[in-house]
Design a protein around this ligand. Structure first.
Ligand SMILES: Cc1ncc(COP(=O)(O)O)c(C=O)c1O
Length: 397
């Protein structure tokens, strides 16, 4: 019997997030997940955060349970502006729009900037939840080629000329899923081209703080003053999810005032404001200097995990596998020529290990031989065992 659905056409036929839908397998007994970009709970400063929550004075706690302003609590915006200024992104607290995670920023931007048919450029490969947000907004999404250093500038220029896009969405630092980082010369070239072709740049940067040895090049947002006309064409998103805790659901946006204002209006009908409770806790955590103490520990632990993954991949999957060693972030993006990684995943789940096949990360023409591994949520022994299982699963395909 045909059932009438009340769901509109845009949502009725949309696939769910392939990564979030994999999450149900991660609960199988004995599963080693190298799939999600989930920070390791044991590496979070749970004790530090717990103390912060426990030490609120009653009046302060009451205030933190009240509704708040849409732009965010001033105490947190002050701390974020300080943090950003120390990273070369001079910002006043009033310039910071607090978000319920940076994912919300992508969604607000998609809703407020895009009309159906507008052209959006993304990297190939890119972050699937951004693709979904742009699809729901009715955008026409085109991908731009990348190499080991990220976005290929000639390909970007060709796409600007041919497609006249409204915006470029990019994760230029320790990209998800690529793990790659765009060099400074390319960053400047990207901005020059974006200015010349009037293309807004959305710089999504949740991983920049997670470098191992070398800090990454300056953010596009901070280079906008170095490139004539680039002020006003970069919108920057970042998050406390990967560095502090995703359950706080806190991120932020910097960008042109009219763009931020539109996002504030959209946020008013969305969640009104990010959680006042977690904003108050994060503000106190940052103000007490705990965040800057925590980061080096996190970087060191993830660097060890990344090295363990690279070692295990070389040992178990050998010469056939092509990937570049990450300098930060949470991911290794790899390619196994001749292998359909979606088939491999089915066998891998039977072997109690998971990864994400590459198809989900492409706007068009997916490469089935690519896949993403995360080294964030397993310890070094778990990573070694996980990769040994991956190799066994591959032999069984
Ligand atoms: C590139 C990228 N952008 C945004 C997000 C969303 O993060 P948040 O928890 O801040 O919403 C993620 C999370 O995986 C991500 O990888």
């Amino acid at each position: 019997m045909d059932q009438h659905s009340f769901v509109n056409a845009r949502y009725a036929s949309a696939p769910g997030s392939p990564i979030r839908e994999l999450k149900r397998f991660s609960d199988l007994p004995g599963m080693i997940s190298l799939a999600g970009g989930y920070p390791a709970p044991e590496l979070m400063d749970a004790a530090g955060l717990q103390q912060i929550f426990g030490r609120f004075a009653p009046a302060e706690f009451g205030q933190a349970l009240e509704y708040g302003g849409t732009e965010g609590a001033m105490a947190l915006r002050v701390q974020l502006a300080r943090l950003l200024s120390a990273r070369g992104m001079a910002a006043e607290p009033a310039d910071v729009l607090t978000l319920s995670g940076s994912q919300q920023g992508i969604d607000l931007l998609a809703r407020t900037l895009l009309s159906p048919g507008d052209v959006v450029l993304v990297e190939a490969p890119t972050y699937p939840a951004a693709l979904s947000a742009f699809r729901f907004a009715g955008a026409s999404i085109h991908q731009v080629a990348t190499d080991d250093e990220g976005l290929v500038i000639d390909a970007f220029e060709a796409a600007l000329v041919r497609l006249k896009p409204k915006l470029l969405y990019t994760v230029p630092t320790f990209g998800n899923p690529s793990g790659r980082t765009l060099g400074e010369a390319r960053r400047r070239a990207l901005l020059e081209l974006a200015v010349r072709h009037r293309c807004l740049v959305i710089e999504d940067d949740p991983y920049g703080d997670l470098y191992f040895d070398q800090p990454p090049p300056p953010a596009l947002y901070s280079l906008r003053h170095a490139v004539d006309g680039a002020d006003g064409i970069v919108t920057y998103l970042s998050s406390l999810s990967k560095t502090l805790a995703p359950g706080l659901r806190l991120g932020w946006m910097l960008g042109p005032p009219d763009v931020r204002r539109a996002c504030v209006l959209a946020k008013q009908t969305d969640d009104m404001h990010a959680s006042t409770l977690t904003q108050a806790a994060a503000a106190a955590y940052l103000a007490q200097g705990l965040f800057l103490e925590h980061l080096p520990r996190l970087r060191q632990a993830y660097a060890g995990r990344a090295r363990a993954l690279v070692r295990a991949l070389r040992e178990h999957l050998g010469e056939r596998l092509r990937f570049i060693e990450p300098g930060g972030g949470m991911f290794v993006w790899a390619r196994l020529p001749g292998v359909d990684t979606a088939q491999w995943l089915k066998s891998a789940i039977e072997h109690r290990v998971m990864f994400v096949p590459g198809a989900a990360f492409f706007a068009r023409e997916p490469d089935p031989a690519c896949f993403r591994l995360s080294f964030a949520s397993q310890d070094e022994a778990g990573i070694a065992e996980g990769v040994a299982r991956l190799a066994a699963a591959l032999r069984a395909v």
